[in-house]
Every structure is written in structure tokens, then in C-alpha cells.
Design a protein around this ligand. Structure first.
Ligand code: ADP
Ligand code: MG
Length: 321
């Protein structure tokens, strides 16, 4: 067990390390001091993870640390912003040293992979909650926003969808999966990979973007509403793992259309940019797949490969629904 200041000093202060670019002063004073790069806008986003709501108590602390930062970096990715720094507000039930150490390991491994520093935060006793604020940068006018989709644009998605939702169904006891298959989908749920490089490569290529945290149908709905357009999605074209594809089509639809926690990018681009989109995917080392079209007519139409309508009425995730 450790006190508040010991926990901060032991696990969340990295003395002796060179400050990350843009950080004049990190953890330890009343404020952090960041140096903005001339000609850049700051992109700021906060995401909170609450035990039992956003993660199960079965998650290892190291994975929890990773996930808390990953879901925040995913928001920067969706805006095409370059990560610069982050803060961490942490409520812990106990001053549990081993737990804090694991958390910090997962957090800093991902932070180091993106070259960003933890510059401050707050630590308190309470039910397990991690709230991270990420700060990034993007040149004016280049942020990828939800409102830019235009009729005629193609709709794209990165990676594959549905594994995380399938893992959740296993934990809920509704699906049985063991061995390697379970490890794979559990990894997708607990160790999402934020598509930061793809977001950067899509600047000037995509017309709109969002990251998939609450399920494709719900998140695409935000883009359509904000952009004042509609869409047709070819459901069979949505990329999914062989593990998801081995299940009945109703469960597959739940996983790829309403499965939260994918943290892939959903984005639009005019067909003239098809090659540029594929080049962005190659540059970022992530698959990009066309799954539909943006249309003038409002609403979302789901089709199978033969062009027949698919009925689906699960909404995306809403904490208060
Ligand atoms: P104050 O009382 O002035 O708000 P605190 O005592 O809460 O400061 O925190 C001391 C220092 O440690 C501050 O620089 C704060 O940003 C930092 N800090 C506190 N908790 C964390 C944390 N979980 N991760 C990173 N930095 C933290
Ligand atoms: Mg404080």
C-alpha cells in the first residue's frame, strides 16, 4: 500500500527522462507547461473509463493502462491530429502499488510508442476510474470532422470490426469460445490499437471521420446527421475476423454493426481519392475497406451482397438509454 504522493512519485513521474517535444514542464508543479508549435491548432479530447461500465474487473492492470490511453488516442486519430501530451485523473479503491505499477507500465508503453509524455493529473481514492485528456495538434482547416461527408463519397472502415463485441458476449455467457480464439477477441477488447498514423495519412484525403467506439450503426449515424446526408452500407463487405464469421449471421450483425470498442476509423472520401485512401492505409500499415456509399437521401440503408435490405434495429451504445 502507498499514499497518494508516493503513488504519483513512484508510478506516474518519470524523473531523468528528457521531456517530450513541446513539453517545457511535466508532472510535479501546479501546472504543466506546453509549448505550442507555431501554425498549429490544439486538438483536445477526454475519455473516461469506469469499472463495470467500460471495462470488466477481469482486465489486467497493464491492459487497462493501455486501453485508457488507446481510446483517447483514437479520438485524436479520428480528427487527424498528432498526439503531443496527456494528463491522467485516477481514482483508485486502494493505494495498491502492484496495481498502479501495472497500470503505469501499460500506459507508458503505449505513450512511448507515440512519443508523448504524461504531463500531469490527479490521484484520489474512489471507485476505479481512469480519465485521460489527450492534447494533440493539427494545422488549421485540416482536422477530419464528422460533418464533411458528401453524397457520392465512398464509406471506408479500417481494420476489422466485431471481435471486441464477441469477447463481451463470451464474458456475458452468451457465446462460448475457448483457447486461441478467445485470446484473440479478448485482446481486441482489452488492447485496442489507436489508428493515429492512418488519421494523419488521411488529412486532405478523407472528407469526414469518426472512431468506432459505440458501434458502426450509431457512430455512422453521428456522421450522417452532422453531414446532412444518408448512406447505404453493404453489410457483407464489413471486414471481420474468421472467429466472428464462424457465428450465425444475427450474431455477426450484432458484432459488426452494434459492437462497441472497435476503435477503428470510419471515414468518407470521394471515389477520386480511392488510390490515395489505399496509399494512406499502406503507409499506416492498416487495412482499409470500402463498405458503402454516402447518398443524398437521409437515413441508413443496410444491404446484403445481393442488394437485398437487411433489417437491423439495434442502436449504438448509449449509457443512458
Ligand atoms: P495539486 O494539489 O496542486 O492539484 P496534486 O497534489 O494533485 O497537485 O498533484 C501533484 C502533481 O502530480 C501535479 O503536478 C499533478 O499534475 C501530478 N499528478 C497527480 N496525479 C497524477 C497522475 N495520476 N498522473 C500524473 N500526474 C499526476
Ligand atoms: Mg490535484
Amino acid at each position: 500500500m502507498a499514499g497518494e504522493f508516493e503513488l504519483i512519485a513512484r508510478h506516474f513521474t518519470r524523473a531523468g527522462r528528457p521531456a517530450a517535444p513541446g513539453v517545457a514542464l511535466g508532472v510535479g508543479d501546479d501546472c504543466a507547461l506546453l509549448v505550442p508549435e507555431p501554425g498549429q491548432q490544439l486538438a483536445v479530447s477526454t475519455d473516461m473509463l469506469v469499472e463495470g461500465r467500460h471495462f470488466l474487473s477481469t482486465i489486467a492492470p497493464e491492459r487497462l493502462g493501455h486501453k485508457a490511453l488507446a481510446v483517447n488516442l483514437s479520438d485524436l486519430a479520428a480528427c487527424g491530429a498528432e498526439p503531443r501530451a496527456f494528463t491522467l485523473a485516477l481514482a483508485l479503491p486502494r493505494g495498491d502499488d502492484a496495481f498502479a505499477a501495472g497500470l503505469a507500465r501499460g500506459l507508458f508503453t503505449l505513450a512511448d510508442a507515440h512519443g508523448i509524455a504524461l504531463v500531469g493529473g490527479d490521484t484520489t481514492a474512489g471507485p476505479l476510474v481512469l480519465s485521460i485528456t489527450v492534447i494533440g495538434q493539427v494545422p488549421p482547416g485540416q482536422a477530419l470532422l464528422r460533418g464533411g461527408a458528401r453524397a457520392g463519397d465512398r464509406l471506408w472502415v479500417s481494420g476489422r470490426l466485431g471481435d471486441a463485441r464477441l469477447a463481451l458476449e463470451v464474458f456475458r455467457g452468451r457465446v462460448e469460445l475457448a483457447g486461441h480464439a478467445f485470446d484473440t477477441v479478448r485482446r481486441a477488447m482489452e488492447l485496442p490499437q489507436p489508428r493515429v498514423a492512418l488519421g494523419l495519412a488521411l488529412r486532405g484525403v478523407a472528407t469526414s471521420a469518426i472512431d468506432l467506439s459505440d458501434g458502426l450503426v450509431g457512430d455512422l449515424g453521428h456522421v450522417l446527421t452532422r453531414s446532412g446526408v444518408g448512406a447505404t452500407v453493404e453489410v457483407d463487405a464489413i471486414p471481420r475476423s474468421e472467429i466472428v464469421a464462424a457465428h450465425a449471421s444475427t450474431l455477426q450483425h450484432t458484432c459488426v454493426l452494434a459492437g462497441g470498442d472497435d476503435y477503428e476509423l470510419l471515414f468518407t472520401a470521394p471515389p477520386a481519392h480511392d488510390e490515395a485512401v489505399r496509399a494512406a492505409g499502406r503507409k499506416a500499415g492498416v487495412a482499409v475497406t470500402p463498405i458503402g456509399r454516402i447518398e443524398v437521401e437521409a437515413g441508413l440503408r443496410l444491404m446484403d451482397a445481393a442488394g437485398r435490405a437487411i433489417a437491423f434495429n439495434e442502436r449504438g451504445f448509449d449509457h443512458f438509454a
